[in-house]
Design a protein around this ligand. Structure first.
Ligand code: FAD
Ligand code: SF4
Length: 386
């Protein structure tokens, strides 16, 4: 946080960047951590709020279609196959937008985010791959007035998108497109170091990592080698305090306000997951449709017992020995949830953990902060006492 900057959300601020722009004037109703307005946001962005009786919408939000996909020619150096960056490039090349809000990296540190308004395909490509740290994306809104940018594609995670949607009508734009990423368990730059040191055999050479659908973290090192570590072998006692408090109090995993969401969690291993929420999302996907190998979503397995066991183990901060973690990992990988059921496993695990965290650390806001859809999901499980 810059010296002297105010952050009304205090310890649960995600440093989304709004407070570094003149739109800080709207912070009380725009900040995702001060005011939860999912229904109004969905209504304004998609024309309706999610149908809580529809199991897919309860979990994944308003959607027209879901699919899985890969770029036929994956983009070298992207997080997955690069669908997000390719959409950004095509949006500029086709003239759909004048600029793309995306996140490059600091020249000194691969994991320090540098948000920009990209005006060329090269600048969008230079923003490919995740910077797995809190990124103040919305501070670049400050550059909009006088820039000549009238049509913008914003790429971002849920907390950034919630604040952006809340101020959208006050921005000097004719058209805004929002391409969302699902997001959980983000960290500060210092927290990232602790995470890498406790999880990887060579923390200083990690250039890329992802929690993948095979229940393992895949680390890529600067020499091109890959290391995988089972989720169940993580040092839970040490990592409990690593994730940012904002992420421990977030229920917008699947980015409810975006026009189009591109992640991986609802797809089988190796593929990306697409959720089209509205007509603008269709337009974004159409930009790259001819370049995609697409397939319907699938769902296998039953997550519920595994989620309940995980809640109890996390609360007791159990750390399994490596051999047992490998064994559990191998079994879960073979018979565990796949496709949309994996996505539900991850949502259930994170929403229950976060509900407990909010009730314990901020009981005064818990009732109004945890949205109705998350309350409904959390109520399906037995939680330890607060
Ligand atoms: P690329 O073409 O490589 O483009 C990546 C894009 O991410 C770039 O446009 C860049 O601007 C943007 N970006 C990078 N870092 C940040 C940041 N810190 N904040 C905002 N935007 C950023 N997907 C899931 O399905 N489940 C998850 O749990 C999940 N967690 C995530 C956590 C974080 C912190 C981030 C940034 C992403 C997460 N994703 C998750 C999304 C997923 O990892 C991929 O980013 C997504 O599938 C796009 O892959 P790609 O190859 O198309 O992206
Ligand atoms: Fe400001 Fe964003 Fe932090 Fe909320 S999350 S206090 S809007 S910087």
């Amino acid at each position: 946080m810059p010296a002297g900057a105010t952050r009304p959300a205090r310890d649960i601020c995600s440093d989304c960047g709004l407070c570094d722009s003149r739109w800080v004037a709207y912070v009380r109703r725009a900040c995702a951590f001060l005011h939860q307005g999912f229904e109004a946001m969905e209504q304004a962005a998609h024309g309706r709020s999610r149908d809580l009786e529809n199991e897919d919408e309860l979990y994944f939000g308003v959607s027209r279609t879901m699919a899985t996909a890969r770029l036929r020619q994956p983009l070298e150096g992207a997080q997955w196959t690069g669908i997000v960056s390719r959409i950004g490039v095509r949006a500029l090349e086709s003239g759909l937008v004048d600029a793309v809000l995306c996140v490059q990296q600091s020249p000194d540190d691969r994991f320090t985010p540098v948000p920009i308004l990209a005006r060329t395909p090269e600048q969008v490509l230079a923003a490919r791959v995740n910077k797995p740290t809190l990124s103040p994306n919305l501070k670049v809104l400050e550059q909009l007035p006088g820039s000549g940018i009238r049509r913008l594609l914003a790429i971002g995670v849920g907390c950034q998108v919630q604040a952006l949607r809340a101020v959208q009508n006050t921005l000097p734009l004719d058209q805004l497109y929002v391409l969302g990423l699902p997001c959980v368990d983000n960290v500060s730059r210092a927290g990232l170091q602790t995470f890498l040191e406790s999880s990887s055999r060579s923390p200083d050479t990690v250039v890329h990592y992802e929690f993948m659908q095979d229940f393992r973290i895949h680390f890529r090192h600067s020499d091109g080698s890959t290391e995988t570590v089972p989720f169940f072998g993580l040092d839970t006692p040490r990592l409990k305090d690593v994730f940012a408090p904002s992420c421990l109090s977030c229920f917008d995993y699947t980015n409810a306000g975006a026009d189009l969401v591109v992640g991986y969690m609802g797809a089988e291993f190796g593929r990306q997951w697409l959720v089209v929420r509205n007509g603008l999302g269709e337009q974004l996907l159409d930009l790259v449709r001819p370049e995609l190998d697409m397939a319907p979503v699938t769902s296998r397995g039953d997550r519920r017992a595994a989620v309940q066991q995980g809640i109890d183990a996390y609360d007791k901060a159990v750390k399994l020995p490596r051999w047992l973690a490998e064994l559990v990992g191998a079994v879960v990988q073979r018979i565990g949830p796949k496709g949309l059921e994996y996505a539900r496993f991850s949502i259930d695990s994170h929403f229950t953990r976060n509900a407990l965290w909010v009730r314990r650390h901020h009981p005064e806001i818990a009732e109004r902060h945890i949205p109705a859809f998350a309350q409904r999901i959390v109520s399906r499980y037995r939680l330890p006492s607060t």
